[in-house]
Write a protein that binds this ligand. Sequence first.
Ligand code: SF4
Length: 503
Amino acid sequence: MNAATPAPRREESAEQRWNRFSVLKTGDDYLASLRNRGTRLFLFGELIDEPADHPIIKPSINALRASYDLAIDDPELATAWSPLIDAQVNRFLHIVESPGDLVMKNKMQRRMGQITGTCFQRCTGLDTISVLHSVTYEIDEKHGTNYHQRYLDFLKEAQRKNILIAAGMTDPKGDRSKRPSEQADPDMFMRVTRRTDKGIYVKGVKAHMTGGWNQHWICVLPTMNLSEADKDYAVVGMIPGDAEGITYIYGRQSCDTRAMEPGDIDQGNAQYGGQEVLVYFDDVFIPNEHVFMDGQYQFAQELVTRFTAYHRASYVCKTGLGDVLVGAAASIVEYNGLEKVSHLRDKLVEMTHLNETIYSSGIASSHEAKKMPSGIFMNDTMLANVCKHNVTRFPYEISRLAQDIAGGIMVTMPSEQDLDNEEAGDIIRRFLKGRDDIPTEDRMRILRLIENMTLGRNAVGYLTESMHGAGSPQAQRIQILRGMDVETKKWHARKLAGIKQVS
Ligand code: SF4
């Protein structure tokens, strides 16, 4: 076949794409749905035959799987009634009908963080479907398009099949001083390369895609405000993760190869991990039914702002991880026989205070949600930005305190394989013991968990993702500046100070 001739599957219709998915109910169904997809995924310079079975990838799949398990174990928390299909659906696919829905979402996110101790990757999809509800509605109002109905049709099918959606938002950006249409490489931002009567073709890369390979569909979205010259870059569409033309390159994480070693102690959290991938779209087709924006550049900025309002409050997820870290630090205090030492108790109080401060701003943002013209509710923007800004700082301090409490042994401890060696193991068991009634191995496990969350694989989710996910700290400061209404504050101050000309 000539390289320019599209392969038959490349131009599948929307219906053909949906027909490849069956209804997923359990974690096992989800796991089965990831196999035999024929995706192209590179890891350590090699194409991986079956990524679902790779030891480095598996923990990230387990984290998403937990979202299916929780819906069965605690339906009140992790499911909701969808008026769209008149059925109970996973809360990660539910549109926000009230501030209470956002509060429940936050509670579910904290619980998921406690269960997995990592980024469980499903919230970007939830926040994407939330923002598209209002944005497609408003584009239609202004331009007479029919994106909102397409979006609703997609969402109904997504709810029925209980599938996962990843958000592909971050473009590589190239020369940051230039707009998308000014870049030397026209694909530095995702763009529409071709339009036919059946759909569009997109080309470009989406970077840092959370859980990108683990999910069934990818929603590509613009990453920043766009001008008329950038019209071809104003594109939103849903693409199945196994569509032709997609190449995944797996993002490696600190200490990730420990998953290839025997045993599970040195991994710290052997069950769960996060996932970020670099995803290249090489003229990937999107049928018209799955295109929710094409050229309406005026809405790009608003789309990004609303997405971040939802997602920055979603970062209460990190309080679930904070709960785990406080628990780990308290455990090591106990295992060392130091639970009565007041400065250690005070450090645990400080960690808890910081963690709850994050939670309070996120949950307040949900309670203060406002109704949008489309009927959906959106988080209070100021409080969502405060929540995320807290998240760029407090997990670092919580981690510092956990490391302070854990002591240097956390990073000087021998490996599990030494523990398993007859001669070395005897020495380790005898001298790395804390309290007599606590097995040395348990003490080592807790220390490795603290290492995992503050330096190792899940520090990616707990620290660096907290810093840069959903926008780096300065992005929140810009939003806080926009919403701080300093003029009203000055008016109050001047009035109370008895200044005559209060304007
Ligand atoms: Fe969800 Fe938190 Fe991961 Fe974002 S960082 S996808 S909010 S778990």
